[in-house]
Ligand binder design. Structure first.
Ligand code: SAM
Length: 311
């Protein structure tokens, strides 16, 4: 495991074991971040293994490239969204790979850097874009969205029961420019109840919406079927139930030969199982990992192996 204490990759051993990283294998790390998992893949696939590293965060990718400079002749890196992975992978020859890893969500760099605006623990501009050079920020969203749209997204993506109250308070307090301002508004609207900070759910919702995270995942997963070679492994680490549900349902559906509605007497779907699930229940972090890295508490790892069926 990398000794860099600044970033402990979540479920590191389990993910690499499920991917069965081997000498000479070809891999895609769809969420390279600071390169923790990528480092393990490059180490274990030596001497001839190859890795395509993707991340939409240019700052993270630059750090990963520098950290992994010693392996530079064995990796390619691409700054962009993983929903475009098929095009990027095919263009760079990664179209029959041994494994694809997604470690979803935000990196420690994004969370800990106040300027990135992801966390209510540090005051900073209300940004939350994983790629800060493009698209609308969280401030654009909270200052311009209709109250009902804000309430819906806070309810759906944050699973916040008091979403209407939060949205009303946000609209009344506009314009909001900083993370501290937003956290205070949410705190005043709903107050502490239970263990988590009252702004946790609203921040999660705004982050998911700002980065279209669920849509990205839904668009990327089907592309992995044509990029994995038979026997290749897809491994996904998710951090909240909305992501995990998408991964679970995708793996379930793609591991069935027939997906016709049960009332149809004869199969008409012509679907073939493209995956065999390797994890019926998600792998989770043990107590030692959670103690060392509290973020691992909510991580769920699922994996599946590509069958021989044609894509
Ligand atoms: C949890 S971190 C990955 C950490 C990484 N496994 C490591 O060991 O350093 C998640 C990363 O995924 C990236 N990411 C999230 N959604 C993305 C998307 N749709 N396309 C590309 N990168 C994405 C984020 O920018 C972030 O750097």
């Amino acid at each position: 495991m990398p000794s860099d204490a600044q970033h402990l990759p979540v479920l590191y051993e389990s993910a690499l074991a499920l991917l069965e990283v081997c000498a000479g294998g070809w891999y895609i790390d769809a969420t390279c971040g600071l390169g923790g998992h990528s480092h393990g893949i490059l180490e274990r696939s030596a001497p001839g293994g190859r890795l395509l590293m993707i991340d939409r965060d240019p700052q993270a990718l630059a750090i990963a490239e520098e950290r992994l400079a010693g392996y530079a002749n064995r990796f390619e890196s691409h700054c962009g969204s993983f929903s475009d992975m098929a095009v990027v992978a095919e263009e760079s020859g990664y179209n029959q790979v041994d494994g694809i890893l997604f470690d979803l969500g935000v990196s420690s760099l994004q969370l800990d850097e106040p300027q990135r605006g992801f966390s209510f623990l540090h005051d900073g501009p209300l940004d939350m874009r994983m790629n800060p050079t493009t698209g609308a920020s969280a401030a654009d969203l909270v200052n311009h969205a209709e109250e009902s749209a804000l309430a819906d997204l806070i309810y759906l993506y944050g699973e916040e029961r008091r979403a209407r109250r939060v949205a009303r308070a946000i609209v009344a307090a506009r314009p909001l420019r900083s993370t501290a301002q937003l956290a205070e508004v949410v705190d005043r609207a709903v107050g502490f109840s239970g263990k988590i900070h009252p702004a946790t759910r609203t921040f999660q919702a705004l982050r998911i919406a700002t980065n279209s995270e669920l849509d990205e995942l839904q668009r990327a997963l089907p592309q992995t079927l044509r990029l994995l070679k038979p026997g290749g492994v897809l491994a996904v680490i998710s951090f909240h139930s909305l992501e995990d549900r998408i991964v679970k349902q995708f793996m379930q559906r793609e591991s069935q030969d027939c997906i016709c509605p049960p009332e149809l007497p004869v199969c008409r779907c012509d679907h073939h199982a493209m995956l065999t699930r390797l994890t019926r229940k998600p792998v989770i972090a043990d107590e030692a990992e959670v103690a060392a890295n509290p973020r691992a508490r909510s991580a769920k790892l699922r994996a599946a192996r590509r069958t021989e069926a044609a894509a």
